[in-house]
Design a protein around this ligand. Structure first.
Ligand code: SF4
Length: 373
């Protein structure tokens, strides 16, 4: 399995917690040059590259106009062999959806949409600096269904300051009540330099404590499982056979190209990320130069350790024989002592030939992973 990621560096407005690379309409007049250079970059990919998944993210892909969106999809279709694609996702911000845009997406082959609802609580949405309220998010979701999208993810954010357990549960209930195919439930991260981090550092917003966060996480997990969503990855829940194949590809250590400014690639043991700056990105491509600087070469052992950690993100865990087959390494040769001690501490569990995170470790997985890397 291989994947293609496209980064659209445009958002209506910057959310207060976000550090992804993007520009806002006041900072850029036209997306024409971006689209032109994206096509140059796509043209430079190996001619035998035929991804199984495509994911258009950002930024906000749906901040593009319908005609810009259409041009982007046409460029992808012109330059990439899409014959093997089984899942073609676009992210969408509910505050930017129009029937024309959704038609352009459908016509161009998008068959899955991930809508960034984040919360159904208007106070929380304001705190996060989202451009939409809960009503717009619900209307956006219905617009997607009306446009014929039969595979929809709702993104929610957990641990939003000020949300009481009842508010957290209400978010999960409202999301599940809409019956999306998939629900992502990512933790709010305080990225350096964002307005929300500044507000936290100055004591103007107070995140929930660790115990409260963990209680909320398990409350939502249990609620969603009861509502028919399988918990297949630390932060992801889906109806049967509706897992996000593009993300599963990442978690299984698969290879992919990431195009657009800041797009990250992992191809044939090399990792590289495009410069997160639209001017530099376009200048380089117009001069037929590559849009990235550093190329990281992973040793086989580093790659195997990384694969181990990525597989552990999935609740199915690591099949020991499968791991050996894919990486050439025995899990116990790589980090047997660490695994034994985490089995003893009940952070990992072993069932037959499979090792996975224990329930207790799901919420502190980063600590487990740092022991194994
Ligand atoms: S819409 Fe998404 S990418 Fe854009 S600023 Fe908000 S969180 Fe970041």
């Amino acid at each position: 399995m291989t994947g293609l990621y496209i980064h659209v560096p445009l958002c209506e407005k910057r959310c207060r917690y976000c550090d992804f690379y993007k520009l806002t309409p006041g900072e850029i007049d036209s997306m024409d040059l971006y689209l032109q250079c994206l096509e140059i970059e796509l043209r430079r990919l190996p001619s035998d590259f035929a991804p199984n998944t495509v994911f258009i993210g950002g930024g906000t892909p749906t901040a593009l106009s319908p005609s810009e969106y259409r041009k982007m999809l046409e460029a992808i279709d012109r330059r990439i062999n899409l014959s093997q694609v089984v899942e073609f996702t676009s992210e969408a911000n509910p505050g930017t959806l129009t029937p024309d845009k959704l038609k352009a997406m459908r016509d161009g082959g998008v068959n899955r949409v991930s809508i960034g609802v984040q919360s159904f609580n208007n106070r929380a949405l304001q705190l996060l600096g989202r451009i939409h309220d809960a009503k717009t998010a619900i209307a956006g979701y219905h617009m997607l269904r009306d446009a014929g999208f039969d595979n929809v993810n709702i993104d929610l954010i957990q641990s939003i300051p000020g949300m009481k357990p009842a508010d957290v549960l209400a978010d999960a209930e409202k999301a599940a009540g809409l019956e999306p195919d998939h629900i992502s439930y990512y933790n709010l991260i305080y990225e350096p330099g964002t307005p929300l981090t500044k507000a936290k550092d100055e004591g103007r917003v107070v995140p929930p404590g660790d115990d409260e966060e963990a209680d909320n996480y398990f409350m939502v997990k249990e609620y969603l499982e009861h509502a028919g969503y399988g918990h297949y990855e630390i932060s992801n829940f889906s109806k049967e056979d509706r897992e996000c194949r593009h993300n599963v590809l990442y978690w299984q250590g698969g290879e992919y190209f990431g195009c657009g400014p800041s797009g990250a690639s992992h191809w044939h043991g090399r990792r590289f990320s495009n410069i997160p700056d639209l001017n530099t990105y376009t200048n380089r491509l117009l001069k037929d130069q590559r849009p990235f600087d550093e190329v990281e070469h992973l040793s086989k052992e580093d790659k195997a350790r990384e694969t181990l950690v990525m597989w552990l993100r999935m609740t199915a865990g690591v099949d020991l024989d499968g791991f050996k087959k894919v990486t050439g390494f025995e899990v116990y040769d790589l980090c047997g002592a660490g695994i034994e001690s985490m089995l003893e501490e009940n952070l990992l569990q072993r069932q037959d030939n499979r090792i996975s995170l224990s329930r207790e470790a799901l919420f502190i997985s980063n600590a487990v992973f740092s022991e194994l890397l």
